[in-house]
Design a protein around this ligand. Structure first.
Ligand code: PNW
Length: 456
């Protein structure tokens, strides 16, 4: 199974999950500092204060990436390192860190992919309303410009937001993520302002000569329970309506405005039932519909639903009244997430049909398992099987004609897994948090061989 010649192989991380050094070199506070330091929010009271100490160890980490033969590395920039207050004054020491990181990557022959926002909003902006406030979108575009001005001579690939669905609906809907607010109207407003921020930033990046502008979404095929193991299973009319509505809330809510400049009816209806649509101003959709080169897809598992007459909306899913979120009949990872590899090919094929003119890239895929270190090795056969199964589906999608540019594993390192803290390990490289020692797992060596062969 050989992949296209120019296929991009790499790994991904995010600033708050790996950097640590939260008080260093003038970094301001982010909503994740506040949230993780508030008891009860993160498993075991973990915080990102030290994380993988990547801020100090990035040279070693880049050397490791090189040994693993990664062609690309997707990382995020911490906005509060660049603008401690979220606007105005620029912190040169924060920019200098990413400058060093980029140079180190380029010297190692690794192509950097920058994500501008992977959830660490400056706390100062949250104090003014965070993403519920329209101004945050404009602040984000200014910040994007600052980072591009400094790194755009060496970095061609730019993602605006990582997973705006998660930012809006776990941050402001069910409160499982920072800033921990729980209000369906605020969540829907936030989703719109995130999109507006994307559009404003995407246009600024494009006007400044960025190579490729990308929006990264968490997406999934939405399936009935029967369709998990039988793609041809026919859904009842009621179940099919639940599937379509959840697909609109998860994926089309973000990609239809970005690619076509319109909201799905289901999203407008959700807003009408939750605080109204006044925040969607005339002209916003045209701004959101900025030229886009690539859609980044983060895929972990399918979303399984059926009709649930009379059920209230799930707090993470405003507009999901009458939907039952169901379990998949499939083995699970340590996160409890079902393992359904062909969900990835089904998703990629659907998205390539729905958003024809935009290329796709898998910007995250991977799994947490309960790894054990024995005699200096981690025999993570479960992770190898997960990655192997999903890469076969990536290949299948390419064979089916999907314009798929690359695959980035989540994650390079074990790291701070948000509300789950450090107890969930997604890395292909094990991190001993007591010593900060890095130990490539069997999956890392396996992945290196895949990259070298450009195939399975
Ligand atoms: C993604 N959900 O997060 C993120 O981009 C990563 O930072 C994260 O570490 C990785 O996936 C693994 O979790 C998600 O509940 C978190 O649907 C939660 C959900 C989806 C994605």
């Amino acid at each position: 199974m050989i992949f296209p010649e120019d296929f991009v192989w790499g790994a991904a991380t995010a600033s708050y999950q790996i950097e640590g050094a939260v008080k260093e070199d003038g970094r301001g506070q982010s909503i994740w500092d506040t949230f993780s330091h508030t008891p009860g929010n993160v498993a075991d009271g973990d915080t990102g204060d030290v994380a993988c100490d990547h801020y100090h160890r990035f040279r070693d980490d880049v050397a490791l990436m090189r040994e693993l033969r990664l062609g690309a590395y997707r990382f995020s920039v911490a906005w509060p390192r660049i603008q401690p207050d979220g606007h105005g004054a620029i912190n040169p020491r924060g920019l200098a860190f990413y400058d060093r990181l980029v140079d180190e990557l380029l010297a190692a022959g690794i192509t950097p992919y920058i994500t501008l926002y992977h959830w660490d909003l400056p706390q100062a902006l949250e104090d003014r309303g965070g993403w519920t406030d329209r101004d945050t979108a404009y602040r984000f575009a200014d910040y994007a410009q600052v980072v591009h001005d400094r790194l755009g001579d060496r970095v061609r690939n730019w993602a605006t937001l990582n997973e705006p669905w998660v930012s809006a609906f776990l941050g402001y809907g069910n409160g499982v993520h920072a800033p921990g607010r729980r209000d369906p109207a605020e969540a829907l407003r936030s989703a719109h302002h995130l999109l507006l921020g994307h559009g404003l930033a995407a246009r600024r990046l494009r006007d400044s000569g960025a190579g490729a502008v990308m929006l990264v979404v968490n997406s999934a095929p939405v399936l009935t329970p029967a369709q998990v193991n039988d793609p041809s299973a026919v859904a009842s009319e009621e179940d099919a309506a639940a599937v379509d509505r959840v697909h609109a809330l998860l994926t089309r809510q973000f990609l239809d405005p970005a690619v076509y400049g319109r909201y799905p009816d289901e999203v407008v209806a959700a807003a009408e039932r939750n605080g109204g649509t006044a925040h969607i101003r005339d002209g916003d959709l045209a701004l959101i519909n900025a030229p886009l080169d690539l859609i980044g897809i983060n895929y972990y598992n399918p979303c399984v639903v059926e009709a649930g007459p009379g059920l209230p909306a799930d707090p993470a899913w405003p507009g999901s009244e009458g939907v039952r979120f169901a379990e998949a009949d499939a083995p699970t990872t340590a996160m409890g997430w079902p393992i359904v590899p062909d969900g990835l090919s089904r998703l990629l094929i659907r998205l390539s049909q729905d958003y024809k003119q935009v290329g796709l890239m898998v910007t995250e895929n991977g799994a947490a398992f309960d790894d054990v270190v024995e005699n200096g090795r981690v025999h993570d056969d479960d992770r190898v099987a997960y990655l192997d199964g999903h890469l076969r589906e990536v290949h299948r999608a390419i064979e089916a004609g999907v314009d798929l540019r690359g695959y980035l594993v989540w994650s390079l390192l074990d790291n701070f897994e948000w509300a789950e803290g450090y107890r969930r390990r997604f890395g292909i490289v094990h991190v001993d948090y007591a010593t900060q020692e890095r130990l490539p797992k069997d999956s890392a060596f396996w992945y290196r061989d895949v990259i070298v062969r450009n195939g399975l």
